[in-house]
Each structure stands twice: as C-alpha cells, then as structure tokens.
Design a protein around this ligand. Sequence first.
Ligand code: RUQ
Ligand code: CUA
Length: 668
Amino acid sequence: MNTRRIIGAAALAACFGIAGCGQGNSGNGGGSAASVTGVSDAVSKVANDRDLTPDDVLAAVKTYMPTGRHDEYIMFSSGGHSGQVFVIGVPSMRLLRTIGVFTPEPWQGWGYGVGNEILEAGNIEGHELSWGDTHHPALSETAGDYDGQFCFINDKANARMAVIDLKDFETKQIINNPIALNDHGGAMVTPNTEYIIEGGQYGSPLAGTYAPIEDYNASYKGMVTMWKFDRSKGRIDESKSFALELPPYWQDLFDAGKLDSEGWIFGNSFNTELAIGGKTADGGTPFEAGVSQRDNDYLHIIDYRKAEELYNSGAAEDVAGFPVIPLSTLISEGVLYFVPEPKSPHGVDVTPDGKYVVISGKLDPHVTIYSFEKMQATIAAKNWEPDQFGVPVLDFDSCVEAQIEVGLGPLHTQFDDKGYAYTSLFLEPAVARWTLGGEWGKKNPEADWTLVGKQNVHYNIGHLGTMEGDTVSPDGKYLVAFNKWSLDRFFPTGPLLPQNFQLIDIAEGGDSMQLLYDMPVGFGEPHYAQTIKADKLKPYEVYPAIGWDPNTMAVKPGAPTQGNERIERNGNQVDIYMTAVRSHFTPEHVKVKEGDHIRWHITSIERAKDATHGFSIPMWNINISLEPGETQTIEFVADRPGVYSFYCSEFCSALHLEMTGYLLVEPN
Ligand code: RUQ
Ligand code: CUA
C-alpha cells in the first residue's frame, strides 16, 4: 500500500489549524470558516492525487503567497559568478529582481548605456572585466541592526567592492582594491557602517607586483582593508580608507564585533603552514595537503579603532598610493592578536550579544566558541607566545568558552531570537541547531552549548541564513540553506545542475525544524545572502522628480524636459535632448553626420508607477531602461553611416511598437 495515501480529510484538516475541518461552522453564512471547510475537502483530493504527505501540504500552506500579497522578508543573495545580486522574497522564495553589479545586465541597461562609467571604474589597469564572483552581501547597519539603506557586495575574483543604494536597488559604485589580488573576507560591515571590511585571501605581493614564489615568506603578504563609508554621500570614501598588512597566511572570512566587542574585528585564516604548492617532484607539497598539515590556524583579533587612530596619526605607509599600516606597527601598538583555531577554519561569526565568536574548522567536527571577555583578559595578562612573524598568539584554553561537536564539515553559523545557533555541515550535509550560553542561552529551555537538533539538506550546504541573522536582534523564524549540489532535486538541465536554496521553518524550538521549499538557482553559485524585514525597506516608487540622475540621486541640471527637446550641434559634437513618454520619443528623427560625437540625453517624463520605457539603438549595442523620471546620457561616435531605427524595448503600452524613431547617419 502507498503509505502516503493514508491521509484523509481529517489528517489534512489537522494541517490547517484554522480549518475546523469537519466541524461544520455552518450557519456562519460564508466568510472564511465555511470556505476553508470546503477548501479542505478539495485540498484533500489534490493532496491524494498528487501523493502529498500532511507535511508537504503544511509546507505549501506556509510558503504559498496569494496574488497581491507580499513577502515578510526580503533576501539579498550574492549571484556568484553571475557577478550580480538577486533579490528574493521569503517565505515564497520568489525572485523579485536582478541587480546588475559587476556584470553587464541588458534588461536594466547595465553596461549598455546605464552604469557604464561605474562598470568601467572596475576595470583593472585598462583591462575590461565583464564578470565578478560575488560572495558576501552586507546590508548597512545602524546600532548593529539592518537599516535598509545600502547593500555592499564583494567580488572575490578581482578584489572589488560595490555599493548598492536600496532607494532604487541600483549599483552606485565599484572600487578596485589597489593592493589586493582577490578578496574573500568581504563584505562585512561594522555596526554603524563606518567601515566595510574586505579581507584578502591568497597571499600575494602587494599591489600586483612580482616576486618569485620561493620568496613567499618575505615578499608575499596578507591584508585586510577597511573601506570608509560616507553614508551621506552613499559612497565609499577611498581617501579615508586604509589597509592592515597581515602575515601571508590566507585570511578567510571576517566578522565585525558588536555591542561588547564593538571596535574589534575577527577574521580567520588557513595556510599558516605557508605552503606554496607545486609538484611533489620539485620538493613541493600540493596545496590541498600542504595547507592542512598543522592542527591549528589563527583567528585574527584586530582592534580596528586603534588601527584607525594609527592611520589618522600617519602611521600608514604608502603602497601604490594606498595607505597600509605595516605589520610591525600593528604588533608593537597592540592592534593585532592571534588565537589558535581548529584545523582549516572557515566561518567566523559573532553572536548577537557580541560576547562570543564562533569558529568552524572544515576538518574538525566541532564549533569552537571564544569569549571576547576572555580574549581581553588574556591580552591584558600577556598570556601569549609570538608566531614566526612576531604576532602574539594568545593561549587557546584561556580564550575558549566551549567546544561543541556538531558534525562533519562545519562551515558557517547563524543565530535566531531564541538563543539558538545554526551551523551548516557541508559533509553530512545538514544544519545543526545548538544552544548559546550567557544571557542569550536563557531564551531556550535546553542546557547551554548543547547540540539539540539537525535538519538534513540537499545537498552540500555552504552558507546558511536566518532572518536578520547577522544583527544584534535576529528574528529567526526561517532559515535558508544555500546548497551547492542539487543532484536529484530538480529536472536535470544537462550536466550543469542548478544550486538549491532550501527554506527551513525554525520558528519552533528543540528538534523541530521543517523543510518547506526548494528553490532552484540557475545563475552561478550564490554564496551568501542576508535577509531583512521587508518593512524596513523604503524604495522609491518612481524617481522623485523628472530628470532624476540615479548616479547622483538628484535632478540633473540640463536634463531634457518636455517642451525643450532639441538637437544641438557644435562642430562635430551633437547633443540630442530627447524625452520618452507613452507612446513616443521626441524628437523622432535624429539626423547626424558620419563621424559625429553623439551625446544622447534622454529623460522619461512618466510619473506613473511601473511605466518603464526601454531605449534601444540596435546595431550600436545600446539598450537602456528608463524608469519614471529617470534621465540618462549615452555617448558614442556615429562612425557607421546608415539608417537605424531606435525603439522602446519595454512593452509599455498598446502603442508600444509605435514608440520608435530613426537615427539617420549621413555619409561623409
Ligand atoms: S564562503 S567559498 Cu562565504 Cu563559505 Cu565563499
Ligand atoms: Cu515605451 Cu514601449
């Protein structure tokens, strides 16, 4: 017999706590009770026909979003190799928006007329980069809580950082790190977003210079960069940013201290072996083995406020035009400490109260929890031994609060509102739920620092994210597992399979997690996501005024407006002032001469929500999106004579196909 088919209406009704299935509720004269009763019978039939269990039906009810209703949370996910950021509603797991960041994105015109200067600012020494490997989105914080204003994201591949303004969900800035080769430990923010942290990854000579790999210990460096964020301008201020030189261990992730530990940042590292890889025949040890020889690596404990003072007092040295505080200064001034951490660590996560730092070693089945207070006492007591670079290595036992065996391949940890922590277990693969100690530990009934439950995931989980899980007041409620392998979960799309975001209900305590939803992710390998309560976001519905420049977030002086559309010629410089509104461009004929330098200014004079126009000039690689009020300027040289029809590429109105015109390039 098919065990699933045992569910009858009663079992299903139990799934709908509100349904009162079979109790009648007659006489109520319609409204919800009567109709829900009816629905339950229908649901019962569908569930039987589709071979669904009561848990399946419950999961569906918990995630289904009726038309017109909005999700409670909004998740900002890295897009991995796509170089973008994806905006996803939780719990429905519906994709709401792609934000073009490091990679051109045609629908928004990102790189096709919109944002070109921002993308070009990310080129490296004249080399155009048309992709990035986005890893860790970080939402801006005020007093340790997401404030809904900005989102930052790193490009691990090319050591770049981007700023997205959540007023219009568009990228406003991309900066290159002038001294780093790649970054992994970014983006993380300090509790008031004074700084965006960008740790490096693989040791390298600073600033793209050359040094033989045999000189690794002396010439290769590690580093972490502190990018100063100017909230009023909504930009990173490079002139107030600085870096710290670290030993050439491979710095991995970072996290900022909060509350008790505010003013400090914590980063882990691997390859404290200083392995340089290479072939065994040449006396080398391949990286995989070489970087895993020691039992411990080093958690980096950094007093960034003290580093900031040093930078302000001129203690930084100039490396390729960028201020770097030398390692020797960090040591002598008491800015940098280490504490041993278990084998090949990966995640480093500060608890919501800021009192503890949780480390997971990929090759150790425990999470190790360090007490910030104990670290400080150990520093004060000078209970340390120097490492080979002279950095004080604090005594492990004096700093550790607890170790919990959670399972195989622990990576990252997140928190909820009930004093639980959740650690991803890459190898099992599962999510482990365990209890915190201290005041936060009192929020749940179980003993402190204890494993209380596990939830299998499918498969090979990397990061995981709870709702507002990196803040001083996480909401918990749901957890999303960011799984790297999906294997059998979806229809196989050839040998390249989607990743799998799995939504898990964590609202109840104890061992009661429920898997709710699988979201196939077919766009690169997203690493991490942060999720914010939707009502904290206050995006524009339309741009505030006609002629709005999203680059400056202000009205652009001289932007085309209705009634002053024109074409101005000055030698071979031609300025076109055009407006767009349903369903025409003005002017519709644009006549220029071969070789003219064109500046095409175009404003959408729409004020209606969602009345977006596109503006495309086929054959010229131009395709932009004009949201209501937006103005853009496109520049190109009309070096090909001919007749070209430009058109609106967004189905904006019944006469959308008529929203067109001619660009006539007269031959010389
Ligand atoms: S990390 S591998 Cu965030 Cu686990 Cu990039
Ligand atoms: Cu405007 Cu189509």
